[in-house]
Design a protein around this ligand. Structure first.
Ligand code: ATP
Length: 292
């Protein structure tokens, strides 16, 4: 096999909690991660030599700083692979949006190289390798609904989430994840997400309890430092059943009962917000990297 085409999905956090800071500087987290249908399409082709990335998105680097490149380079070295790789990235996941787009691309690269060079590695082995380059990469491989603990790389599969529909609104500003974590003062946090309640609701397939308990601890910081994100969340709170920030931001998610409601909110916000806002209707899916 010389070519493989993969779909790399975005993720959202149904809950995101930070439990403490470790001595090595990493934060101890507890998050319920969920794959959504918004995705990038990536073609991987074996070539004679080198790693080449072609992207349709101006904000995505195509040099060594691209996570695709880093994963490929690491695997080529570790497994002493011969030949090279050309990657054609059709980017649709908003960049630096808190949707794990880069991590998902990295996960796809692990899957692709494993298949193209017949490495025979299991998903668990790929996850372990991916975790060295980014905490969200292991989740993106199998995706679905999983509980992530430790620094985010210890994963436990949870019952499949009942179908949820959402509108994603990505405002035209970038949020520094390092700044958000750096300014998080756990002693000042009044309430942590009810992760256990959401896990129980997943077991009982209780959509209403899940939606009512969607929660992201990092909102305490991002909404304070980025008032535009706070205003956007207020606006979405008025329109959707529940508004939630994704990851460290700045994307805001509006959860609703169906696709029609999601489309209505999208249409309304497109009239109210500037054109630089990316607004997408999405739904939850139960799988990670898939072949086209
Ligand atoms: P996370 O939620 O995992 O923190 P994110 O969704 O907020 O990630 P990404 O879209 O992964 O953010 O991009 C973060 C930065 O990583 C970008 O600004 C870009 O410069 C860099 N980057 C490296 N590789 C990629 C890639 N394959 N796709 C997108 N961005 C990438």
């Amino acid at each position: 096999m010389d070519k493989i085409d993969l779909v790399a999905h975005a993720k959202v956090n149904l809950t995101l909690d930070v439990l403490g800071k470790r001595e090595d500087g990493y934060h101890e987290v507890e998050m319920i991660m969920q794959t959504i249908n918004l995705h990038d399409r990536i073609s991987f082709t074996k070539i004679d030599t080198g790693i080449e990335i072609i992207s349709n998105h101006p904000e995505v680097p195509i040099d060594k700083s691209n996570l695709i490149y880093k994963v490929a380079e690491m695997l080529f070295e570790e497994f002493e692979l011969t030949g090279g790789l050309r990657v054609n990235l059709d980017k649709r996941i908003p960049v630096a949006a808190g949707l794990a787009g880069g991590s998902s691309n990295a996960a796809a690269t692990l899957v692709a190289i494993n298949r193209l060079w017949n490495l025979g590695l299991t998903s668990e082995q790929l996850a372990k390798i991916g975790g060295k380059l980014g905490a969200d990469i292991p989740f993106c491989i199998e995706g679905g609904t999983q509980l992530a603990t430790g620094i985010g790389t210890d994963l436990k599969e949870l019952p499949k989430c009942p179908q949820l529909y959402l509108v994603l609104i990505n405002p035209p500003l970038s949020v520094s994840t390092a700044k958000v974590y750096g300014n998080l003062n756990l002693e000042q946090v009044a309430k942590h997400p009810s992760t256990d309640k959401v896990i129980k609701a997943l077991q009982e397939q209780d959509r209403e309890v899940i939606i009512n308990n969607l929660d992201n601890l990092l909102e305490n910081v991002t909404l304070k430092f980025y008032p535009e994100v706070a205003n956007l969340k207020d606006k979405v709170t008025e329109l959707a059943d529940k508004a939630l920030m994704s990851g460290s931001g700045p994307t805001i998610l509006g959860f609703v009962s169906g696709i029609k409601e999601a489309e209505e909110i999208k249409n309304k916000l497109e009239k109210e917000l500037t054109r630089e806002h990316k607004i997408v209707v999405a739904k939850t899916v139960n799988h990670g990297i898939t072949e086209i």
